[in-house]
Design a protein around this ligand. Structure first.
Ligand SMILES: NC(=O)c1ccc[n+]([C@@H]2O[C@H](COP(=O)([O-])OP(=O)(O)OC[C@H]3O[C@@H](n4cnc5c(N)ncnc54)[C@H](OP(=O)(O)O)[C@@H]3O)[C@@H](O)[C@H]2O)c1
Length: 269
């Protein structure tokens, strides 16, 4: 496999770390993005050939920080791949979510990937292996109670990715959207984990997502992939027969509301 230069956001998170380990083992060179110097340095030191990898600090919820980051990335060297993985979740009833929570969610989950794509595109356009991978979610295709703002951000990311796939269809840049279902990382609060268990929703290991992304690195045509069964089926069903899915989810509502209340009680404690 050709060794690629990969920019990875959210590198120190659960899925990010699994991707970093897999990519480094496959011989790729990484620019690891995050907000915590110690966590980034310790991640780099845990990778094969740490001297091949770089770390860059940036709070991606700021447009100004992203503009500065692009210059720092360019100074390091050429880029073949951009992986937009950083993100936040927000479980709770929509009526309880304040403006700052909504703004932060959209800044980080939607605007940051868009800004990073625009900033890094000139570097990608000169690579024969160019690829963008946006990490979405099954909640980017299914509106789910308790996750209104998160769903809005991931539906937006899916729409953006689809449009970009079509806008770059005459260029050698593959644009992928990868949508995991629930994954066992710190992103999911104790209330979400308990709710998923009670509802029988499966959680995947970050390693599974990392391996799916590794496969996409060499796929030269743009694609959208959804991980997990039966979530894949529900996504298809939701696009064709949304009322069927709405009726099934309505039965879960009392359970979801009970855990959303638990979440807001913990948050306000
Ligand atoms: N876990 C799931 O159930 C699940 C399911 C489907 C999709 N996903 C998606 O997978 C991606 C990774 O999630 P994860 O489960 O690995 O979450 P995670 O363990 O919580 O990691 C999130 C990452 O995002 C970074 N981040 C947060 N706020 C940031 C900011 N303002 N600026 C820069 N970086 C920031 C964090 O960096 P710091 O170290 O600086 O905090 C961290 O590295 C997300 O896009 C998420 O939506 C997750």
């Amino acid at each position: 496999m050709t060794a690629l230069n990969i920019v990875l956001s959210g590198a120190t998170g659960g899925i990010g770390r699994a991707m970093a380990l897999n990519f480094a083992n496959a011989g790729h060179s990484l620019i690891l993005l995050g907000r915590n110097t110690d966590a980034l340095a310790s991640l780099r030191n845990s990778l094969v050939q740490p001297e091949r990898h770089h770390i860059l600090l940036a709070d991606l919820s700021s447009g100004t920080a992203i503009a500065g980051l692009a210059a720092d990335v360019a100074a390091i060297g050429p880029v073949d791949v951009l992986i937009n993985n950083a993100g936040v979740a927000g479980f709770g009833l929509f009526s309880d979510q304040q403006d700052d929570v909504l703004e932060h969610m959209l800044q980080l989950n939607l605007l940051a990937p868009m800004r990073l794509c625009r900033a890094i595109l000139p570097m990608l356009s000169v690579s024969p292996h160019a690829c963008i991978i946006n990490i979405g979610s099954s909640f980017g295709s299914i509106g789910y109670a308790g996750f209104s703002a998160y769903c809005a951000s991931k539906f937006g990311l899916r729409g953006f990715t689809e449009a970009l796939q079509r806008e770059l269809a005459d260029q050698a840049i593959a644009v992928h959207y990868l949508a995991p279902r629930a994954v066992r990382t710190a992103m999911n609060s104790a209330a979400v984990v308990a709710m998923n268990t009670e509802l029988g929703n499966s959680e995947d290991e970050p390693e599974l997502v990392a391996r799916a992304v590794l496969q996409l690195l060499t796929q030269r045509h743009s694609s959208s992939r959804y991980l997990g069964w039966p979530e894949k089926l529900f996504i298809r069903l939701n696009s064709l027969f949304p009322n069927v899915v709405a009726n099934a989810l309505k039965k879960q509502l009392p359970i979801i509301k009970r855990y959303a209340k638990l979440q807001s009680d913990v948050g306000s404690a």
